[in-house]
Design a protein around this ligand. Structure first.
Ligand code: NAP
Length: 293
C-alpha cells in the first residue's frame, strides 16, 4: 500500500496562520517582531532564499529588514553590521544567509550574533543549550522535521529513529531534538558501515545527506515514517533541472507508512519555523509570554 504523504506545504501554511494570529496578538501589546536578513553577494540561490524568507516574514505581519552587502564586503565590515543589529532594540532576529564569500569566516560571524537574536539557532550557545536540553533557539529545519514526524506520531517516545547525516545545521540538531522527545536515536554518516541495514532499523528515518535519491526503497523499514530533508537539483526533461530529495521517493513510498515529498515537505516547514523563532525571540526580548503555538 502506498504511504501517506506528509503534506509539508499545508502543515506549514497552517502553522504560519497560527503564527500570524500570535503576531497580531503581540502587536496589540506594541511589539512588531522584526528580523534582519543579511545577504552578502549575489549568489542566485541565496538571493531567492532571502526573497522567499522576507516575503513570508511580511505575510506573517512581521517586519523584514533586508541588508544586502556587496560580495567584496570584508569580515570586519560584516561584524560591524552584526554588532549594530545586536544593539538595535527594534531588531529581534538576525539571519545571515549562508554560504558567505570566502574572505569571511562564517563561524566567526555566527558566533558574533547575540544568541537571543540567533533565529537560525546556529550560535554555539544555542547549539550547546540544545545538547544540554536547555531552552534556547533551535535550528529551523530540524524543528520542522520533528513537527512533521509528530503529525504522524504525536509521541515519539521509545521510537527507533535513524538520522542519516551529522551536519551542524541538520543532522546533529535533529538527532538531539529526537533524543529530547525520548526516541532511541542512531546517527549515520559517510563512514557508517552497512548503511542500508542501519536505515532499515528506523521506525523514523530522517535523511539529510545531500545525495540525490541515495536511500532506496529496500533501505526503508516497512511502515516507517520517512522525512526527506534533501534538496538536490538533477537534470530533468527538456534540459530543465528538477529537484529531488535524498530518498528515492517512487520506491520508498511503496514501503513506508508515511513520507515527505520533495519539494513540498521539509522545505516549507523550515521557513515557518524561522517565523516561529522570530516571534519567540521578540516575545522573550519584550518580556511577553512564550507564544502559545
Ligand atoms: P552537509 O553539511 O553536506 O552534510 C551531509 C551529511 O551527509 C554529512 O554528515 C555526511 O557525512 C553525510 N553523507 C554524505 N554522503 C554520505 C553517504 N554516502 N552515506 C552516508 N552519509 C553521507 O549537508 P546538510 O547541510 O546537512 O544538508 C543535507 C541536505 O539537506 C542537502 O541536500 C541540503 O540541500 C538539504 N537541506 C534542506 C533544507 C530544507 O529546508 N529542506 C535545509 C538545510 C539543508 P560526513 O559527516 O561523514 O561527511
Amino acid at each position: 500500500m502506498a504511504a501517506t504523504i506528509i503534506d509539508g506545504k499545508s502543515i506549514a501554511a497552517e502553522l504560519r496562520g497560527r503564527i500570524a494570529r500570535e503576531v497580531a496578538r503581540v502587536a496589540g501589546r506594541g511589539v512588531v517582531p522584526a528580523i534582519a536578513v543579511v545577504l552578502v553577494g549575489e549568489d542566485p540561490a541565496s538571493s531567492v532564499y532571502v526573497r522567499t524568507k522576507s516575503k513570508a516574514v511580511a505575510e506573517a505581519g512581521m517586519r523584514a529588514i533586508d541588508r544586502t552587502l556587496p560580495a567584496t564586503t570584508s569580515e570586519a565590515d560584516l561584524l560591524k553590521l552584526i554588532a549594530d543589529l545586536n544593539a538595535d532594540p527594534q531588531v529581534n532576529g538576525i539571519l545571515v544567509q549562508l554560504p558567505l564569500p570566502k574572505q569571511i569566516d562564517s563561524q566567526r560571524v555566527i558566533s558574533a550574533i547575540d544568541p537571543a537574536k540567533d533565529v537560525d539557532g546556529f550560535h554555539p550557545i544555542n547549539a550547546g543549550s540544545l545538547a544540554r536540553g536547555l531552552p534556547g533557539l533551535v535550528p529551523c529545519t530540524p524543528m520542522g522535521c520533528v513537527m512533521l514526524a509528530k503529525t504522524v506520531h504525536p509521541s515519539l517516545t521509545g521510537m527507533e529513529a535513524v538520522v542519516v547525516g551529522r551536519s551542524n545545521i541538520v543532522g546533529k540538531p535533529v538527532a538531539q531534538l529526537l533524543l529530547g522527545q525520548n526516541a532511541t536515536v542512531t546517527i549515520a554518516h559517510s563512514k557508517t558501515r552497512a548503511l542500508p541495514e542501519v536505515c532499515r532499523r528506523g521506525d523514523l528515518l530522517i535523511a539529510a545527506i545531500g545525495r540525490p535519491e541515495m536511500i532506496r526503497g529496500d533501505w526503508v523499514k516497512p511502515g516507517a515514517t520517512v522525512i526527506d530533508v534533501g534538496i538536490n537539483r538533477v537534470p530533468g526533461d527538456g534540459g530543465k533541472g528538477r529537484i529531488v530529495g535524498d530518498v528515492a521517493y517512487g520506491e520508498a513510498e511503496q514501503v513506508a507508512g508515511a513520507i515527505t515529498p520533495v519539494p513540498g515537505g521539509v522545505g516549507p516547514m523550515t521557513i515557518a519555523c524561522l517565523l516561529l523563532n522570530t516571534l519567540r525571540a521578540a516575545c522573550a526580548q519584550n518580556g511577553l509570554a512564550e507564544p502559545a503555538i
